[in-house]
Design a protein around this ligand. Structure first.
Ligand code: ASP
Ligand code: MG
Length: 411
């Protein structure tokens, strides 16, 4: 009798029909003998809708009130889900994050979990009920309602699975699992039956939208087995587990991200403390800097380029402007039309030539590389935004990702 935490995303519970289908699925799982705990997101696009309402009403939008507003979406969904289960003869109880024992810090709109005390959830399970928990929410040390941020329901599910000692955490969504690349760009993209936490983390950090990166990080550190799967076909999806080196594919996936801009601070002096001053200033302005490249200096001056999220460009420019003169800089150039294309694979650690093949593939497609960065299991290149699709398609083909790992020819 497995204990399974099942999380349903917004599209999975978008309307009455969807909610009834999920309830039917829960009934099937229970017939099989599983004990089920549900975590639900707000229905469909409700979270966006609530944020739009707040924008229309208020300019100040105090964090405390925003969290009270947004978490109402999940609260509504879990009550409706419990009703649908009741109709099927399943005793189900809805719980807010607070009732479910999620204690958080006081950082409204982006609260961090401090502790999970799932006493009431345990009691419900022991009594044979199905607890249905509102995702992405808790109660702060100040006793206020808090929201974990966008995509936070995945984090609720992982933390709850750990706190309950569940056998697994299933993240149900509108796609059948984790793919070798975005299937909307490359129709040959393949669903992977398994992937390692490390690889999925690199993928979510470089443009794979689901599951939320924070939840993958948490699942890895807590050792919670994840199963990303479809709430539409109910077919098995992708298991995320600790890496099995016997089966590690050389390359697992290609991701892309067009949400960043490139900034170049040119002509800065090549002396100790310049990069420190620049990036301390950016950190002080709360800018999330990503890829950083510094050129070889010529005659004591150099260029430093880095990427930042589009929505932080203004903040970043203002911060850089304030210090650029003291760094000796002659100017700052912002380029929004870039994309980052990344190759992820645990097997690249032990297989030489991956970078060479990646760069040759770009060369053959006439794609210029503007920046390169690597980790042990990822290589990322910044290219022109309008070449991103080509780049992804070409890499997917070059590394034969449409084939199962055992069927690929070595390159
Ligand atoms: N409903 C929230 C959002 O859309 C939380 C979640 O779905 O994870 O971000
Ligand atoms: Mg969502």
């Amino acid at each position: 009798m497995a204990l399974v935490v099942q999380k349903f995303g917004g599209t999975s519970v978008a309307g009455p029909d969807r909610i009834r289908e999920v309830a039917d699925h829960v009934v099937r799982c229970r017939k099989r003998g599983d004990r089920v705990v549900l975590v639900v997101s707000a229905m469909g696009k409700e979270t966006d809708e609530l944020i739009r309402l707040a924008d229309a009403v208020s300019e100040t939008k105090p964090g405390r009130e925003m969290d009270m507003l947004i978490t109402g979406g999940e609260r509504k969904a879990c009550a409706l889900m419990s009703m649908a289960l009741a109709d099927r003869g399943v005793e189900a109880h809805s719980f807010t994050g607070s009732q479910a024992g999620f204690l958080t810090d006081t950082a409204h709109r982006n609260a961090k979990i401090l502790e999970v005390k799932p006493q009431r959830i345990k009691e419900a399970v022991d009594a044979g009920r199905v607890p249905v928990v509102g995702g992405s929410q808790g109660v702060s040390t100040d006793h206020d309602v808090t929201f974990f941020g966008r995509g936070g329901s995945d984090t609720t599910a992982v933390a709850l699975a750990h706190a309950l000692g569940a056998d697994s955490c299933e993240l149900y969504t509108d796609v059948p699992g984790v793919f070798t690349t975005d299937p909307r760009l490359v129709p040959e993209a393949r669903r992977m039956s398994t992937i390692s936490f490390d690889e999925l983390l690199e993928m979510t950090a470089t443009g794979c939208p689901k599951p939320a990166m924070r939840s993958v990080e948490l699942a890895r550190s807590l050792g919670v087995p994840l199963h990303v799967r479809s709430a539409f076909t109910w077919a098995p999806g992708t298991w995320v587990t600790q890496e099995d080196p016997m089966e590690a594919a050389i390359i697992s996936a290609v991701t892309h991200d067009t949400s960043e801009a490139k900034m170049t601070v040119s002509g800065v002096s090549d002396r100790p403390g310049v990069a420190a001053a620049l990036f301390r200033t950016l950190a002080g302005a709360d800018v999330n800097v990503d890829m950083i490249v510094q050129n070889v200096s010529e005659a004591g001056v150099t260029d430093i380029s880095f990427t930042v999220p589009h929505d932080q460009v203004d903040r970043a420019s203002a911060a850089v402007d304030a210090v650029s003169e003291s760094l000796g800089s002659v100017g700052v150039i912002t380029d929004s039309d870039i994309a980052r294309v990344s190759l992820v694979g645990a097997g690249m650690k032990t297989n030489p030539g991956v970078a060479a093949t990646m760069f040759e593939t770009f060369a053959d497609s006439g794609i210029n590389i503007e920046m390169i960065s690597t980790s042990a299991i990822r290589i990322s290149c910044v290219v022109r935004e309008d070449q991103a699709e080509n780049a992804v398609t070409a890499l997917h083909r070059a590394f034969q990702l449409e084939k199962a790992p055992e069927d690929r020819e070595l390159i």
